[in-house]
Design a protein. Sequence first.
Length: 386
Amino acid sequence: MKGIRRQGKHSWQIQVYTGTGTEGKPQRRFVTVHGSKGDAEKKRNELLVSLAKGVPVPVNRRTVADQLHDWVNGAAKAKAGTRTIEGYQSIIDRHLVPALGHVQLKDLQAPMIERYYGEACTHMSTRTVHHHHRVLSKCLKHAVRQGYLGRNPCELVDAPSPSGNKMRYMNQGEVGFLLDIAMQHPHYPVIYTAVSTGMRQAELLDLRWRDVDLERCSISVSQVLYKRRGVCTFKEPKTDRSRRKVSMTPKLALYLKGYRAQCQVYHIAVEKPLTEDDLVFTTIQGEPVDPSGLSHEFHKMVKRAGLEGVRFHDLRHTFASLMLNKGAKPKVISEALGHASVGFTMDVYADIIDGMQEEAMALLNDALPEGVSAKNDAELTRLFTN
């Protein structure tokens, strides 16, 4: 076939015309394909189709590292938030590039990826390695769209199962015990609000008094606080679903009313009146609460309470668990949590919902009358023959 010549025993060189240069000379790109001549012909046809669509022909010496860096700084950054990109960058720089970055993109094969996953699982959790798989697969999928690869090799690999620690839910008694421990701590207000609303830590720490409607018992979530490179920054929630109104229990509304009065007394004492733009939860100095510091202090509290393994984020799961067990509908809980869909909520808390089937059957049992058996053999025969 024209444009294809043998390069080695099991390799072929494809020649593709890519246009005319600035001096009017024809430009060609050469691509090496390992396999049969049929593989080379198939690849050349793919490249010609890609060229017709305006997709550039891949460069033979483009490495996996080149593709990872271009993807994370381009296509990924255009779609994902700052924290997500930082997570991608960390995985790329600390793990994927050292292990696979030197490999030319066209030579990357599924067995190489499988070996990397196998070695990584010896010193990292399968959930962590699964995240690595997701990042690499997204990057290579983009490489396919760009025409740099014919197929994403990650599709041929069984990714490590993201098994990990199950979510930790606290029951009503455990919540009460934890709140008793936290009562004397400056972080009690944010902890009590967290378990009462299911709000995320970042949402709570950027809550301002203008977002709290004590008369209508509701909280508006419009911003979040993130700590980036040691600096606390405020930004909009990542999704429209996260931007929402959360209803408060009467107990929480009453507590926050008293808490606000205490804050006003403190602000008057320091000659700085409390305003609607002030943060609800702050340090003693009136500064934003450091997310890492809050998590650290919370860890010490749960340890004192004998509730090992409970994280601050588990207050959110506990809220959902208590709501479900009290009969709240998944749609209501999904809206309160700011989930993308009710289906997602039901998937996350499937174990709780499954465990409620016996209770639901007991309620149905009370609602339905008892079944009536056939009175005699003749009637039983009639039931089965009609």
